[in-house]
Design a protein around this ligand. Structure first.
Ligand SMILES: Cc1cc2nc3c(=O)[nH]c(=O)nc-3n(C[C@H](O)[C@H](O)[C@H](O)COP(=O)(O)OP(=O)(O)OC[C@H]3O[C@@H](n4cnc5c(N)ncnc54)[C@H](O)[C@@H]3O)c2cc1C
Length: 379
């Protein structure tokens, strides 16, 4: 067993750290307040190769491993979780799904601009009545011979307005239940697509979350990914990898809060000494650091398994369950260590506390992760 990172992995982490500090930190409070999508910053992330990190260079990607992806996600999420969710969706859901299951033609046409960051992608699975139970898709894709016709509504879609390429999950054969579901590559500007208003969220407020409706949207047959009925498997396998990205986002939110709390505890004085000298504060920091390190090890193990082409489903679920859980406590303790200053925007920790919550909800709630883990234990 070797816990050492390679030179390349260390360099990726350093590049992500510098990018977060120089490009994301300025303006992060205003973007959160005004729900402003970090468009310029995302463009630069793409130019640096962070939007197609694990994609083969022959398709415009950076050809890195999943461990590097976790390291970069942690650094970006420490500062701006609204930017890191764009990175996570584009890398783990859209690019990975296309590269793993798309045809050569689909990869040339759609993966290359997504991996280079020229375009952004979105993953459209959830519906008003299909969240945790993703099998109950109401969006239909009627087979018309050489094309499909899509009708229905998707909601909570990250990058809903800023994406150019959608991966849409829809039901073709309701009698076959989840085995009748398909997945399609759809251009956002196809006639019949309407993007709803931006959701006014508690956290990750800069990210672009919308409902998307489809009314008689024509999609050519060659835009279906995989065999007829492959859509549900596609969604589940893609989300399994996506969980490593969201676990790393939760890790980054927690470790960002820990760094801020450490710094503050060395500066702030109470009762004639820096607050770090009060054991109650020092013990909080010890607990926070232990939890962050455990979450980091969970994320890296899941990533390593994925890089070894081993099964990482349970490891990814455990990483997401644990990292998202400790992100709640660590960010809350960081606010506590900041006292009243933690409760206002200038000190960043209140935003991290708000951002942390979503990591227990999207890409499978904590309860869904427990279903995955317990099923594997009990089978
Ligand atoms: C900001 C944001 C961004 C998102 N981005 C995307 C995106 O890009 N693409 C996309 O497709 N979706 C996205 N989602 C949707 C997200 O994945 C769903 O909200 C999530 O899967 C939960 O579904 P739901 O909201 O319908 O809750 P429900 O499924 O209705 O769950 C409600 C509660 O019941 C619990 N529950 C449900 N079933 C069970 C069970 N069997 N056992 C135990 N407990 C259960 C849940 O854990 C939860 O606590 C996003 C959501 C948000 C808020």
């Amino acid at each position: 067993m070797n816990f050492e990172l390679s030179e390349e992995q260390l360099a990726v982490r350093q590049a992500a750290r510098e990018f977060a500090q120089t490009e994301l930190l300025p303006g992060v409070i205003e973007r959160d307040e005004h729900q402003k999508f970090p468009a310029e910053q995302i463009k630069k992330l793409g130019e640096l190769g962070f939007l197609g990190m694990m994609v083969d260079p022959k398709y415009g990607g950076s050809g890195m491993d999943t461990v590097s992806y976790v390291l970069a996600m942690e650094e970006i999420s420490k500062v701006d979780a609204s930017a890191s969710v764009v990175m996570s969706v584009n890398n783990s859901l859209v690019c990975w799904g296309l590269e793993t299951f798309g045809s050569e033609e689909q990869k040339q046409k759609y993966l290359v601009p997504l991996a280079t960051g020229e375009k952004i992608g979105a993953f459209l699975l959830s519906e008003p009545e299909a969240g945790s139970d993703a099998t109950s898709q109401h969006t239909t894709a009627e087979d018309k011979g050489d094309h499909y016709v899509l009708n229905g509504i998707k909601n909570w879609i990250t990058n809903g307005n800023s994406a150019s390429t959608y991966l849409v999950i829809a039901q073709t054969h309701p009698e076959k239940k989840h085995k009748g579901i398909n997945v399609f590559i759809v251009d956002k500007n196809t006639p019949g697509i309407t993007v709803g208003a931006k959701e006014n969220k508690m956290g990750i407020r800069g990210s672009d979350t919308h409902s998307i409706s489809f009314q008689d949207v024509i999609v050519p047959k060659e835009n279906r990914i995989g065999e007829d009925g492959f859509g549900f498997k596609f969604a589940m396998q893609t989300l399994s990898g996506g969980r490593i990205g969201i676990a790393s986002q939760a890790l980054g939110i927690a470790s960002g809060a820990l760094e801020l709390a450490l710094k503050y505890s060395k500066e702030r004085k109470a009762f004639g000494t820096e607050i770090m000298n009060h054991q109650a504060v020092a013990f909080k920091l010890a607990d926070m650091a232990t939890q962050v390190e455990a979450a980091r090890l969970f994320c890296l193990k899941a990533a390593w398994l994925k890089d070894q082409h081993a099964n990482f489903d349970v490891a990814g679920s455990m990483a997401k369950l644990y990292a998202s859980q400790i992100a709640q406590t660590v960010t809350s303790e960081a606010v506590q260590i900041h006292g009243g200053y933690g409760y206002v925007k200038e000190f960043h920790v209140e935003r991290l506390m708000r951002d942390a919550k979503i990591t227990q909800i999207y890409e499978g709630t904590s309860e869904v992760q427990k279903i995955v883990i317990s099923r594997s234990l009990l089978k």
